[in-house]
Design a protein around this ligand. Structure first.
Ligand code: ATP
Length: 365
């Protein structure tokens, strides 16, 4: 195949700055890897658009995302862009795409990166992946909970056998195919839950166990979420692939990002069986927006994840090759440390760090 259409949504805050870097990297890699063509279709969506027009994502943009081979997103949302009921406008884009395109698995790699000072003292290298169930769990009802006379509020957790099975299968599939990993050679999926307290989490675990029963080539592991937060700090090298319900996955993946250098480095993918959306784990960072200060690494590594996903999906060596070239070029810039942004202690602008990644790509990283 090797010929893909990508819907790009730069979005708000630092989104356009980091997307600009990512698109230049994408353009450059297609010039380096024979047989890879990517046509990028940019769309205006997000909180700024909502402020201007009252609509965060027009229907034609949704249709373009649905029709594209992949979606590449910068950052959507601004803290004060809210509907009258208090909901953030970013849900009109991110949640809409997640639910309508059934992007049921949120995938966040967590790995020690060269040149990035370790957050945790004296630890072995970290290399695991968090797979978060993205469309069910405690966030399923979103603003649909109840509030009785301002005295009592409830939300309902939703766990289905089908949703849990699908996300568990993605986790076991990832454990099976991670290239050259895990570092200790043990392929393992850890189910994170609170099965000892809530029957919904016990159900999540029982469905996970059914998938594990059918995956004899990969070890299974169970950890309660409270213990998980301690293990992520004290023995993170234990983990390979971790799967969790929506809210738990949200929390443990942010903690995970903090243990390997922070949000500016954390790539992420939201995938389903038919569609994939790739964006950094961080938000629009309005505090540094418009000043060319943002670290483009998470965005560039998310772009590499997109090419990797396309490559796996279409059995396309060119896309897989492009993904590993981007990854290697980015890691080289981080390891070198002379062209990194302020969050990593450097003095480079977002653009300059992007240029260093392009140069590393040219040099074959
Ligand atoms: P959201 O709720 O939209 O996910 P958030 O509350 O997690 O957003 P972010 O926008 O991710 O907040 O920003 C959190 C902090 O991390 C801010 O201080 C921001 O400047 C910093 N930050 C986020 N992304 C980057 C980046 N790419 N480069 C440098 N700093 C960043």
């Amino acid at each position: 195949m090797g010929n893909y259409t990508v819907a790009a949504l730069p979005g708000d805050g630092i989104g356009p700055e980091i997307t600009d870097v990512a698109l230049r990297v994408l353009d450059r890699v297609t010039g380096i890897v024979p047989g890879l063509r990517v046509s990028v279709d940019p769309h205006d969506a997000g909180a700024e658009r909502w402020r201007r027009t009252g609509v965060a994502m027009p229907e034609e943009t949704f249709a373009a995302c649905e029709a594209a081979d992949a979606i590449l997103m910068g950052a959507i949302g601004l803290p004060d862009a809210r509907h009258p009921d208090g909901r953030e406008v970013n849900g009109d884009v991110i949640f809409r795409l997640r639910f309508a395109l059934d992007l049921f698995a949120g995938i966040r790699p967590v790995r020690s990166l060269p040149g990035v000072p370790a957050t945790l003292a004296g630890q072995a290298p970290i290399d695991y992946v968090v797979v978060r169930e993205n469309v069910e769990g405690l966030y399923a009802s979103r603003a649909g909970g109840t509030n009785v006379r301002g005295e009592v509020a409830t939300d309902t957790i939703v766990i289905t056998a089908n949703g849990t099975r699908k996300v568990s299968e993605i986790a076991f599939g990832l454990a099976r195919k991670r290239h050259g990993r895990p570092l200790d050679g043990r392929r393992m999926v850890t189910c994170v839950d609170k099965a000892n307290v809530l029957s919904s989490y016990a159900f999540f675990r029982s469905v996970f166990d059914q998938v594990a029963d059918a995956s004899t080539d990969v070890e299974r592991d169970h950890v309660y979420v409270d213990a998980m937060t301690a293990f992520q700090v004290l023995r993170p090298d234990h983990f390979d692939v971790v799967v969790a319900e929506n809210m738990f996955g949200d929390i443990i993946s942010d903690l995970a990002a903090a243990t390997v250098g922070g949000l500016g480095l954390a790539a992420s993918a939201d995938v389903g069986h038919e569609h994939g959306m790739f964006q950094p784990a961080h938000g629009s960072a309005p505090d540094i927006a418009g000043r060319n200060l943002a670290n483009p690494t998470a965005m560039v590594l998310s772009t590499a994840m997109m090419l990797d996903w396309l490559g796996e999906r279409h059995d396309d060596k060119a896309a897989l090759d492009a993904a590993s070239k981007i990854d290697a070029a980015t890691l080289r810039v981080l390891a070198d440390g002379t062209a990194v942004t302020a969050d990593l202690g450097g003095a480079a602008t977002c653009t300059q760090m992007g240029e260093a990644i392009l140069a590393a790509l040219d040099e074959g990283a």
